[in-house]
Design a binder for this molecule. Structure first.
Ligand code: ADP
Ligand code: TRP
Length: 333
């Protein structure tokens, strides 16, 4: 297999949760030894929500620690903080000149935000896909591991890259496409009976990678189920299926069959199932939680990682930016 250039980032909004890990970071880890990977912490993107400086720094640090604890290897991939690449901001500005209000206003994530937070519809929110395009094409990425929710943004990255190539008559940017390891994209369910595990639905909906065993037990004990099966052999309701899906990941299929059978013959006791699931989650996450704790105290390691990442990412970004400046006509004297 030929090497792809891979770029992906996560916005630092707090701790990583099991969904982030299984849907994104776990894939990064597999890719880092096979491809040319750039993984970053998207702190510029965070600014759309006006975080206070202390929280912003704390959250960036936390994601960095957790990326490392999950197994991102700064020797194998380029692991960096987005704001350590000012070239991204410059490319974003260039791309903005050819990004049109109409196309930006039609983006689903923008429309959703404009609806849900009408008193903070800022230009950064409108041009979020332009910044994301800059992140991706600055390294000339060909593949981008992201969830389904990011597909429209990725399509815009192709649009903006192609447009730049066409306008300035230079083949600078290849087209980036979505990528995931293995088969379909995984979707880890949340604990509140509904959709995916997401921090936007509150802390009770997610299992964070560094939740203590007590917190995990409490969250699972409060996870939504139903009133119990009344007819034998009916398929589990969504909330119960969600817990079985989590169980399939951390406990294995044998346990899932056990509880699915109990459900089918109406003798399931959710308290037992939850206790079992909670203990397996605790065991599954303990090695990561312990690594988080170990890395968290290692200030020198963090400093070194950030510095190496910054240097490596700068080389790639700078090379692209020189081409862009030249193409645009910033040619110096
Ligand atoms: P959240 O929904 O908690 O705000 P983000 O949108 O910041 O999470 O997601 C960061 C990354 O983690 C993305 O690549 C996304 O696809 C992945 N991800 C988040 N939640 C899940 C989930 N429940 N299942 C699978 N992948 C997820
Ligand atoms: N928009 C992505 C998210 O919300 C984060 C992100 C920013 C990103 N820039 C990126 C992902 C570039 C992949 C590539 O999850």
């Amino acid at each position: 297999m030929s090497k792809e250039i891979i770029v992906s980032g996560i916005r630092p909004t707090g701790n990583l949760h099991l969904g982030n890990y299984l849907g994104a970071v776990n894939n990064f880890i597999k890719m880092q030894y096979e491809h040319n990977c750039y993984f970053f912490i998207a702190d510029y993107h965070s600014l759309t929500t006006h975080p206070n400086p202390i929280d912003l720094h704390k959250n960036v640090r936390q994601v960095l620690v957790e990326y490392l604890a999950c197994g991102l290897d700064p020797e194998a991939c380029t692991l960096y903080i987005q704001s350590d690449l000012p070239q991204v901001a410059e490319l974003y500005m260039m791309l903005n000149m050819h990004a049109y209000m109409g196309e930006l206003e039609r983006v689903a994530s923008f429309k959703e935000k404009a609806r849900t937070q009408p008193n903070n519809v800022n230009a950064g929110l409108l041009t979020y896909p332009v910044l994301m395009a800059a992140d991706i094409i600055i390294h000339k990425a060909t593949k981008v591991p992201v969830g389904k929710d990011q597909e429209q943004h990725l399509e815009m990255a192709r649009t903006f890259g192609n447009r730049f190539n066409r306008i300035y008559e230079k083949e600078i940017f290849p087209e980036p496409f979505a990528f995931n390891y293995g088969k379909e994209l995984v979707k880890i369910p949340g604990l509140q009976g509904g959709g995916k595990m997401s921090k936007s639905d509150g802390d009770g909906n997610v299992i964070n990678l560094n939740d203590s065993p007590e917190v995990i037990r409490k969250k699972i004990s409060r996870a939504v189920t139903d009133l119990g099966p009344t007819e034998p052999n009916t398929p589990p309701t969504t909330p119960v299926q969600n817990l079985l899906d989590l169980m399939a990941i951390v406990s294995g299929n044998e346990k899932v069959s056990h509880y699915a059978n109990l459900y089918a013959n109406c003798s399931i006791r959710y308290g037992d199932m939850k206790k079992d699931l909670a203990e397996d989650l605790v065991n599954y996450l303990t090695p990561i939680r312990e690594k988080i704790a170990a890395i968290d105290g290692d200030e020198n390691l963090l400093k070194r990682v950030v510095q190496i990442g910054k240097e490596k990412a700068n080389i790639s970004a700078q090379a692209t930016l020189i081409e862009c400046r030249e193409a645009i006509g910033f040619r110096g004297f």
